[in-house]
Design a protein around this ligand. Structure first.
Ligand SMILES: [Zn+2]
Length: 586
């Protein structure tokens, strides 16, 4: 298996600019010498991620995420290291000699066959759409604005009646059992039949963009099932999949939000209006798996269901689930009585762009929603309205919001509600790592390591004077720094990240490379002072261990040996402390 060489990895890293690469995924703003962004690795509300163009690394001061261009792409796209290198190479236009995405282990042959059947079905249906028999379906779609370009983009096709698809696939040599198992063909007492007989087909894909099934509509007004979907198969699980996710994910990441609407035609309508970060679930309600998938694409989910009662109930349920999963949510208020597709037809793209701007916060939506369910002439119902609305207000963290909505609910209900300031919450937030109490030795080790990362002289001094650090992670990091400087002859923090064997070390390196100790000029006295602190702490720990051992019962000879060692240890410790005191008094 071909691997990307270290030379190529270095070349890609050197060509990439971390601000540009991160800026490709997130909005990035300049702040002083560096850049800041909302951290995509935790639910960030104020930009906590700092990006250093000098050092080519990023660091989140809240969740601790940090690294270089490759680790960013790796964690953001949830891909392997070689895939991240390939992605960055693509972004910066560096031609890699190998394609690591081609190195993926092959799918199992059975699954390959199933994907191929679905692929063939899509191509067959698109072909049929363009035949003479397909004309009335083409016209039907054209009238709704789904022109050739849109049909090709979404691979919309038409499957004829009389089991023609089955005969086509059968002739191609696919087994009946495979055709049935992806549910393009079904068994019935009369034999095998097409599932989507005489229907317009909208292919559904998994997040990797592989075809997994269909949503299909009839244009026959007498057919009671306007839309039917593929039954659950080993590829197609209605509760897990999200229609158009593979296309919408990129745009959603750029926009920071994903719009969730009711149906396939709504998604396509938004797309045609230039709003590409849009998906739907097949069937109204969202499941937890779907929310989890959506959450990985954007921190904010925007629900755009129909304005009718069913749509609003679905919004309430899905939004609650999304908030419980840690998403920010908002709701597009659609009280036009039309679905997005109709709006696009009647008002053009501006109509949908306008609709998208009518966003309600959760609390605004919740009050509207509860209000519609309440008969305000009935005291019990009014009271219930207040109780439910207050439960939602209690979840708000912003004091001004709480005050405002308490007043709104009071006005609507006619109840006189006293706004009560929330008790100042006890300090539960852990103090930042840098401020946490740390003994002198720990601080000294971090100073040494940061200085080694910044100055080759410090690394040389470390080898001469100390040679190791007591904390295993820091010690590993120190060895990596020395190794790098031997190879390159200079320091390069961003290049270290790729060699880190685990996330903890990477975080340690990126924290130190963005910290104050990295900024300090190299000063041998300061460095030696840190070395001494570590030695003192090691000797103190040894002395303590001797004291404990000496309290144990033992024979006289052993005790003598131990006592001697203990005394030597104390003398060395004394020496270091004297040295420390004499430098301090200078
Ligand atoms: Zn973070």
């Amino acid at each position: 298996m071909a691997l990307i060489s270290d030379e190529e990895i270095t070349a890609v890293r050197n060509r990439a600019d971390i601000v540009e690469v991160i800026g490709h995924y997130l909005p990035v703003n300049k702040k002083g010498k560096s850049y800041v962004a909302l951290c995509p690795f935790h639910d960030d509300h104020s930009p906590s991620m700092s990006i250093s163009p000098d050092r080519q690394i990023y660091k989140c001061f809240v969740c601790g995420a940090g690294g270089n261009v490759f680790t960013f792409v790796q964690n953001f796209e949830k891909v392997s290291f070689p895939e991240a290198v390939a992605e960055v190479a693509k972004l910066v236009g560096y031609p890699l000699s190998v394609d690591p995405t081609a190195q993926k282990k092959p799918e199992d042959p059975h699954r390959e066959t199933l994907y191929r059947i679905l692929d063939e079905t899509i191509r067959y249906s698109m072909y049929q759409m363009n035949t003479e028999e397909g004309k009335q379906y083409r016209n039907y779609l054209e009238q709704r604005g789904l022109d050739q370009k849109t049909r090709e983009q979404f691979q919309i096709g038409w499957l004829p009646a009389q089991d023609q698809l089955y005969r086509f696939l059968h002739a191609k040599g696919y087994s009946d059992s495979d055709l049935v198992s992806v549910n393009v063909v079904r068994t019935s007492p009369g034999g095998l039949h097409d599932v989507f007989s005489d229907r317009i087909t909208f292919p559904v894909h998994d997040p990797q963009g592989r075809p997994i099934g269909f949503s299909a509509r009839t244009i026959d007004r007498n057919n009671p099932s306007k839309y039917i979907n593929t039954n659950d198969t080993e590829l197609f699980r209605k509760g897990d999949l999200v229609y158009n996710y593979h296309r919408a994910r990129g745009p959603a990441r750029r926009e920071g939000q994903m719009i969730i609407c009711e149906g396939v035609t709504d998604v396509i309508a938004f797309w045609r209006a230039g709003i590409e970060n849009c998906v739907c679930t097949l069937g109204t309600s969202c499941t937890e798996q779907q929310i989890r998938l959506l959450k990985s694409s954007a921190a904010e989910l925007v629900f755009c269901y129909d304005g009718d009662q069913a749509g609003q109930n679905a919004t309430w349920r899905a939004a609650k689930m999304a908030m419980a999963a840690g998403c920010r949510i908002s709701v597009i208020r659609n009280d036009t009585g039309m679905d997005p597709d109709e709006i696009l037809r009647k008002e053009g793209p501006e109509g949908l762009q306008q609709l998208q701007k009518q966003k309600l916060t959760w609390m605004e939506f919740a009050i509207e929603y509860l209000k519609k369910q309440t008969n305000f002439d009935n005291y019990q119902e009014r009271r219930e309205f207040v109780r439910k609305a207050q439960a939602e207000i209690d979840t708000l963290s912003d004091e001004l919001d709480r005050q405002h909505f308490t007043e709104v609910v009071g006005e609507i209900s006619g109840f006189r509600l006293e706004y009560q300031k929330k008790e100042a919450p006890k300090q539960v937030r852990p103090r930042p790592a840098a401020a946490r109490a740390r003994d002198g030795a720990e601080e000294a080790e971090e100073l040494i390591l940061a200085q080694m990362m910044a100055h080759p002289e410090a690394a040389a001094r470390f080898e001469e004077k100390l040679g190791y650090l007591t904390d295993p992670q820091r010690n590993t990091a120190a060895m990596m720094v020395i190794d790098q400087q031997r190879r390159l002859g200079h320091t390069e923090p961003a290049a270290l990240m790729d060699k880190a064997e685990n996330e903890e070390i990477r975080r340690l390196l990126s924290r130190l490379a963005t910290g104050w100790a990295y900024e300090l000029p190299y000063d041998e006295k300061v460095f030696d002072g840190a070395v001494r602190k570590i030695r003192i702490s090691i000797k103190e720990a040894q002395a303590e261990a001797f004291r404990r051992q000496l309290q144990q019962p033992m024979n006289a000879a052993s005790r003598d040996v131990l006592l001697k060692e203990y005394q030597e240890c104390l003398i060395e410790l004394r020496g270091y402390i004297d040295e420390e005191n004499s430098t301090e008094s200078n």
